[in-house]
Structure formats: structure tokens, C-alpha cells
Design a binder for this molecule. Structure first.
Ligand code: 6PG
Length: 244
């Protein structure tokens, strides 16, 4: 596997635009090669301005986009906790106001029983790939200060999953259950783009990229696509402990 690219954005005002450029390039390549762009969105706060910038970006072939989510909170789609709600407000609603819509939007049902919601999404994803593990063209991921990504938190059961594509993961650190892609699905991706900003992520970023491999402690280390590429788009604050 080719070593990840680490792109450091020094000017905070350029971060969203750099992310949009990378996402749009992945979409253009996928649609040219396979007639569709299958993307999984990340949740949290970092992606929000990126989704807002994407909503107004020129030249995006939205009808050929298939949008999924890499993880979801156990909350209804109109909850402030919901990753779908964040993307709907930042991306889907502004697109609808321009009478533009992605070809497919398939959200994780955070309002349903978590085990059933995970099983349902797993079935939906396998159906896309005729029963195999689908290869996402691009999966967007964030990373927490503890090195978690999607909802793969340190020392949680989902880290050990090697067959199911989506699981309900018990996260005692947050006293909650989260729905999340698992490593088999994440590592089947053609491209992974980590979106990481802020000084509070610096220690985790250094540990994940430059530290010894301890995947249970630093779950983002487990993102090692079988035949895909990883890019880290980080700001100066998050990159401050990296050798540059
Ligand atoms: C979520 C995300 C989670 C997020 C990181 C970083 O559901 O919250 O999937 O993995 O990407 O916690 O979040 P921030 O971007 O808010 O720092």
C-alpha cells in the first residue's frame, strides 16, 4: 500500500476549498470510469463548512453521486446529534434550493433499533455490490483527539469485526451506541480522505501517523485500504507535532 499523503493547509480560509477540490477530483474520476460516484460522508463538525462549499461548487455532476454515511448516532434524522441532519442542512438543503439532487441519498436509520439499522444498511450496501463488499470511490473520515474514526472508538467491539460491513458499536466512553462502517468496508475503499483540524488533534495525529502501531488505542491506524489510497488533509494546528 502506498504511504498516505499528508497535505498541510496553512491558511485556515483555504481548508474547505482544498477539500472540495480533492472531493470533486475523486468524483470526476469515478464518474468517468464507472458512471457513478459512491461517497460516504463523515459526521462531526469539521466537514460542515466543506459540505457547504461543495453545495455551491461549480461543475459537480450531482445526478451521478450516490451519498451514504460512514457512521451515525442513535438519534432521529432531525436531531442536532444526527450526522445526516448536519449534511442535510449544509449540503442537501442548499442543493434542493437550486433544484439539484444527488442520484441517491441513503442515510443510516439512527432512529431505529441500532442492531436492525446496522443490518439494514449492511444489506443495502451488499445489494449495491451483488452481495460482495462494495468499494466506495471515496470515504470521508474525521478523527477524534482519542484517535477514533467513524464510530470506531478505542477498545470497542467494532474494532474486531472482520465480516459485517456495518455494526452497532457500544461506546462506553460516550455512554451510547453508534452505527458505524467496519474496517472490512472502510478498507475496501478506493480512496479515503481524512479531514482533521485543530490543536486538540495534534497528539493523536502524530501517534496515528508516526507512532508505533497500536490499533486498539488508535483506531485510525486501522484504516489501511487493501488497494486504495489514504490522504490526510490537515491544518497547521493539527500537524504541529509532525516532522515537516
Ligand atoms: C461523528 C464522526 C466522528 C468525527 C470525529 C471528529 O459521528 O462524530 O463520525 O468520527 O469525525 O469525532 O469530529 P470533529 O470533526 O467534530 O472534530
Amino acid at each position: 500500500m502506498k504511504a498516505p499523503d499528508v497535505l498541510v493547509v496553512k491558511d485556515p480560509s483555504e481548508y474547505a476549498a482544498r477539500a472540495v477540490t480533492l472531493i470533486a477530483a475523486a468524483a470526476h474520476e469515478a464518474i468517468a470510469a464507472r458512471g457513478r460516484f459512491r461517497i460516504a460522508l463523515a459526521g462531526g463538525a469539521t466537514p460542515r463548512p466543506i459540505y457547504a462549499a461543495l453545495a455551491v461548487a461549480p461543475g459537480i455532476d450531482w445526478p451521478h453521486w450516490e451519498i451514504f454515511w460512514g457512521d451515525e448516532r442513535t438519534a432521529p434524522p432531525d436531531s442536532p446529534e444526527s450526522n445526516y441532519a448536519m449534511a442535510a442542512a449544509a449540503l442537501l438543503k442548499p442543493l434542493a434550493e437550486r433544484t439539484v439532487a444527488p442520484g441517491l441519498v441513503e442515510r443510516l436509520h439512527g432512529e431505529d433499533d441500532p442492531i436492525e439499522a446496522a443490518r439494514h444498511y449492511d444489506r443495502v450496501l451488499r445489494t449495491l455490490a451483488d452481495g460482495e463488499t462494495p468499494r466506495f470511490d471515496l470515504i470521508l473520515l474525521g478523527m477524534g483527539p482519542d484517535g477514533h474514526t467513524a464510530s470506531l472508538f478505542p477498545h470497542t467491539p467494532a474494532l474486531e469485526e472482520r465480516s459485517r460491513l456495518v455494526v452497532a458499536n457500544d461506546v462506553p466512553q460516550l455512554n451510547t451506541v453508534r452505527l458505524t462502517f467496519t474496517y472490512p468496508l472502510l478498507n475496501a475503499a478506493r480512496q479515503i480522505l481524512f479531514l482533521v483540524r485543530g490543536a486538540d488533534k495534534a497528539a493523536a495525529l502524530h501517534a496515528v501517523i508516526a507512532g508505533p502501531v497500536e490499533m486498539a488505542q488508535w483506531p485510525s491506524q486501522g484504516i489501511q485500504p487493501t488497494s486504495g489510497h489514504v490522504t490526510w488533509l490537515v491544518d497547521d494546528a493539527a500537524a504541529q507535532l509532525l516532522d515537516r
